[in-house]
Design a protein around this ligand. Sequence first.
Ligand code: AKG
Length: 215
Amino acid sequence: MDLELELKKLSQQKVTWKKYSAEGLDLDYSLIFNKQLASDIFLKLEDSIQYYTGDLTKVKVFGKYHNIPRQQVAFGDEGVSYKFSGVTIPAKPWTPQLEFIRNYLEEITNYKYNFVLVNRYRNGSDHIGEHRDDEGELDPQTPIASLSLGQEREFVLKHADARKKIRDIPKIKIVLQHGSLLLMNPPTNKFWYHSLPIRKSAPGARINLTFRKLL
Ligand SMILES: O=C(O)CCC(=O)C(=O)O
């Protein structure tokens, strides 16, 4: 399969979005790739992506380093790096496949992206804890574009006031399907935490790519 050609053809087609709105929350969700294309891309990424090892597999929480419960790596334009959870994540140069995907996402969203964080969940025990992507180095106008491939997993959003138990605001849960794109539009990351909890009932591998615009 010629991924560049497939995505060029697909970029001529209209994308239909499902909107999620709540106080301070604005999300758009769409199944952008059919199952066949999503599986082809998943396998290409499985073949070509090497995840970080060593210190880059750790995060700093209250001054102590912990192994992250998933695999991680980042790609981006030259000289770009991203600092979060006490660690600076350098970006490797774009691979051809990631650049084709980035170009396609730029076409359908009308935003520009210069960085992608790749998280790989080996099984249902791998997860990401509650956090906001609200670092100052992220362009506040550009939504984070989150592409999911592989095992379907539940994505949970919690308002900061509900987290602090100041107010009772219902959580929002979205099952992120194989081949789906979720846009986290501003100001979502200011008010809402998100996580991908452990799900022993969802044991397959999953790759998530969050395309970001760093300033
Ligand atoms: O894997 C996911 O869907 C979420 C990833 C995430 O929260 C992040 O990259 O900040």
